[in-house]
Design a protein around this ligand. Structure first.
Ligand SMILES: [Fe+2]
Ligand SMILES: [Fe+2]
Length: 287
């Protein structure tokens, strides 16, 4: 797949776990990014994830002076409620638009610790369709516009990342089995030759995602990573290896937050210095 090239990429954080230093923005455990990509055929605006509650998305969008009315499609990084919960409300603003995700995104998925709880999409596929979703549930990468594609499912996962994957479970034929979170997908952009990965929670493992994205981009190295890295409960060894491997793979900039975790952010800041940015609601990341 030739993903083409964009002339610019702007990522505005609408929902994140920290509110930053601006006045009146609301933080929430979740993620929602408004992504604008410019290319030969104009500007495409899309929403990558919808946060946990529509009220937070709406409040922050209003405060930041951005509208969701001209969003032309929505991408869901994975099933978790803190990325999908706001979808039904968002669709009221966008109207009928394609909602791109993995075919398994609507499965019943649970965490057992600290107590049994459902953590998947908090509504049914039919409810989303009624609200205006035109589902595009694809396992393989999908080109969205010049210079932007989804990664699709990340098939090959690095051993050190798979070993510490989130301990989730799903129902299959009346049994609870391990949920590998196969639905975890990211965005890959080519901005004037620079490759940028935008991830939700990186449950597939950020090193595996970066390797996968690099392959999709014809072998070019990934320049920047933006999003959540889900290293909050990771071992020190994994965090260290992640920082080193990202460097080795040629990553120069990391703009992270949400489930990345304080220890991992500290280590990434030490590794990447001025190439490190902590995301918060209202952050604008430009390429
Ligand atoms: Fe998350
Ligand atoms: Fe997640």
């Amino acid at each position: 797949m030739d993903i083409g090239e964009a002339s610019f990429l702007r990522i505005r954080v609408l929902v994140e776990d920290t509110s930053g230093f601006s006045e009146g923005l609301l933080a929430e455990h979740g993620l929602s990014l408004l992504v604008e990509v410019g290319g030969r055929s104009g500007v495409a605006r899309l929403l990558f994830d919808c946060g946990q509650a529509y009220s937070t998305v709406r409040h922050n969008a209003e405060k930041l002076g951005v509208t969701l009315k001209d969003v032309s499609f929505i991408v869901l990084s994975h099933c978790h409620y803190d990325h999908t919960g706001g979808l039904l409300g968002v669709l009221k603003e966008t109207g009928r638009v394609p909602v791109i995700a993995h075919p398994e995104v609507y499965r019943r998925t649970f965490l057992l610790k600290p107590k049994f709880r459902y953590v998947g999409v908090p509504f049914t596929k039919e409810e989303a369709e009624k609200a205006g979703a035109i589902h595009v549930l694809a396992r393989s990468p999908l080109k969205l516009c010049d210079g932007l594609a989804t990664t699709g499912e990340v098939e090959r996962r690095a051993e050190f990342e798979a070993r510490e994957a989130l301990e989730a479970y799903m129902l299959s034929d009346g049994r609870l089995i391990r949920d590998e979170l196969r639905d975890d997908l990211s965005l890959v952009a080519n901005v004037r030759g620079k490759i940028v990965v935008i991830s939700g929670c990186s449950h597939a493992g950020i090193v595996s995602i970066v390797e996968h994205a690099s392959q999709l981009a014809g072998g070019k190295h990934v320049y920047a990573v933006v999003g959540g890295l889900h290293l909050a409960e990771a071992s020190e060894e994994r965090v260290k290896l992640t920082a080193e491997k990202l460097r080795e793979l040629g990553v120069e900039k990391v703009a992270v937050g949400h489930c990345t975790g304080l220890d991992a952010m500290y280590m990434l800041k030490r590794e990447f210095r001025e190439g490190f940015t902590q995301l918060h609601v209202g952050s604008l990341v430009k390429f």
